[in-house]
Design a protein around this ligand. Structure first.
Ligand SMILES: Nc1nc2c(c(=O)[nH]1)N[C@H]1C(S)=C(S)[C@@H](COP(=O)(O)O)O[C@H]1N2
Ligand SMILES: [Mo]
Length: 419
């Protein structure tokens, strides 16, 4: 095939329409003269690596920037810290295992699955201890769910602060879990009539624990051992973690070792001193488990500027709700003067990430980009001002306010606040 056949004007005109050519809005080059890179390249003239050079494959070295990142000043020590998913660089809805954000209270526990046990005790007919092999004999299910730390966007509560969607919204991941309905394990133990609460406890040195109401435990929680088809990563709780769909990430206990049935909540650290919201009147919101609907534009954004100049431009982002699906996302590029309904693409399943696109002709003028999610309960994502009106200025957790990116005429984007 000649260059003419691949990139010739006639084929271009066929693909994009004569009108588009006349308007000068092509997203490609007209001919080989315009782009010498079409020439033969070294990799076309030599053999590549054989199979098995990397028995467990890694991304292309050209993608090395697509990685988890932390913010040094956020925490005093990396064993009780957090990093962020590079959502600015991802597409679709599934988060690859190696770049799911991590949040640990005492580092990544090094659990030997052969020695690991899961115990059920408390108000049950039979206290039970399961090996991993025992767990594998229960019927299992597959579900895709997002996990969002309640502190996601927490640093943005009082105003725009961190310049990148990875840092403002990257305490989130969305993977397919394989796990056992928690209900089946509880039925095996026989929950007694007074058993209204469940304490889930981890096998890490922090022994992190949370109280979960029994209705939720019997509803859609999973005891999961696989993510995206392979074993959980150590960072995500290998060999077994609790999945609490739609609810704040803190409850998704990793390295799960104990489930205690009780008649009331335990009021442990993570549900008193942490993961509560101090209101202006001095009282605190507690047990705010469900993650409210939220969305964000991932590109353009500070780490994903527009580099191609004016013309056809793809705006994209993520939306989610702890209460169901996201039937609709609105997008504005003029700071909310006009809104456009985004195009949803990909599976729309409850309590999972949704992907949206808005394809537009950028005229090269500065933009104020925002997105606004509507969930299947009719709830609409609030502005940051509306949130602050309801909850005051002391909050950190549960910031689901609308995010704004200011894009300048060069396509560079910055974190700003306009409402
Ligand atoms: N055992 C244990 N479970 C835990 C934690 C922990 O430190 N120890 N951190 C919690 C918090 S605060 C969050 S947000 C999620 C993070 O899950 P991830 O590391 O898979 O992103 O795990 C939760 N489960
Ligand atoms: Mo968290």
């Amino acid at each position: 095939m000649t260059d003419e056949n691949q990139n010739g004007p006639s084929r271009r005109a066929f693909l994009t329409g004569a009108g588009a050519v006349a308007a000068g809005t092509l997203a490609g080059k007209a001919s080989a003269q315009d782009d010498p890179a079409i020439a033969i390249k070294p990799w076309m003239q030599e053999l590549g690596d054989g199979v098995d050079v990397s028995p467990y494959g890694m991304p292309s070295p050209y993608e090395e920037d697509v990685k988890r990142r932390t913010v040094e000043w956020l925490t005093a020590d990396p064993v009780s810290s957090i990093n962020f998913t590079p959502i600015h660089a991802l597409d679709g809805t599934i988060t690859p295992n190696g770049i799911c954000f991590e949040r640990h209270h005492s580092g990544v526990a090094k659990v030997d699955p052969a020695e690991h046990r899961l115990m059920i005790n408390g108000l049950v007919d039979r206290e039970l201890v399961f090996t991993m092999e025992d767990l594998m004999r229960f019927p299992r299910e597959n579900h895709v769910y997002f996990l969002e730390c309640a502190a996601n966007s927490g640093m943005e509560w009082r105003g725009s602060q961190l310049n990148g969607v990875q840092f403002t919204h990257g305490m989130i991941h969305n993977v397919q879990y394989t796990g056992i309905p928690l209900r089946l394990l509880l039925e095996e133990a026989g929950v007694q009539a007074e058993g209204k609460w469940l304490l889930a406890e981890g096998a890490d040195a922090a022994g992190m624990s949370r109280s979960i109401p029994m209705e939720k435990a019997l509803d859609d929680c999973l005891v999961a051992f696989k993510m995206n088809g392979e074993a959980l990563r150590p960072e995500q709780g290998y060999p077994v973690r609790l999945v609490v769909p739609g609810w704040e990430g803190n409850m998704w206990v990793k390295w799960l070792r104990r489930l205690e049935v009780g008649d009331q909540p335990w009021h442990h650290r993570e549900e008193t001193s942490k993961y509560t919201d101090l209101l202006d009147d001095g009282t605190a919101r507690r047990f705010t488990w469900e993650m409210d609907a939220k969305s964000v534009v991932t590109s353009p954004s500070p780490q994903a500027p527009i580099t191609h100049g004016p013309g056809p431009t793809v705006l994209t982002g993520l939306a989610w709700s702890g209460r169901g699906t996201i039937p609709r996302v609105d997008v504005t590029i003029d700071g909310g003067i006009t809104w456009h309904e985004a195009r949803m693409s990909g599976p729309s399943t409850p309590k999972a990430l949704h992907r949206f696109y808005y394809d537009f002709e950028w005229d090269g003028s500065p933009l104020l980009v925002q997105s606004r999610a509507h969930d299947s309960t009719g709830y609409v994502q609030p502005t940051k001002d509306q949130l602050r009106e309801m909850r005051g200025l002391n909050s950190i957790y549960h910031n689901n306010g609308i995010q704004t990116w200011a894009v300048d005429a060069d396509g560079k984007a910055e974190n700003v606040e306009i409402s």
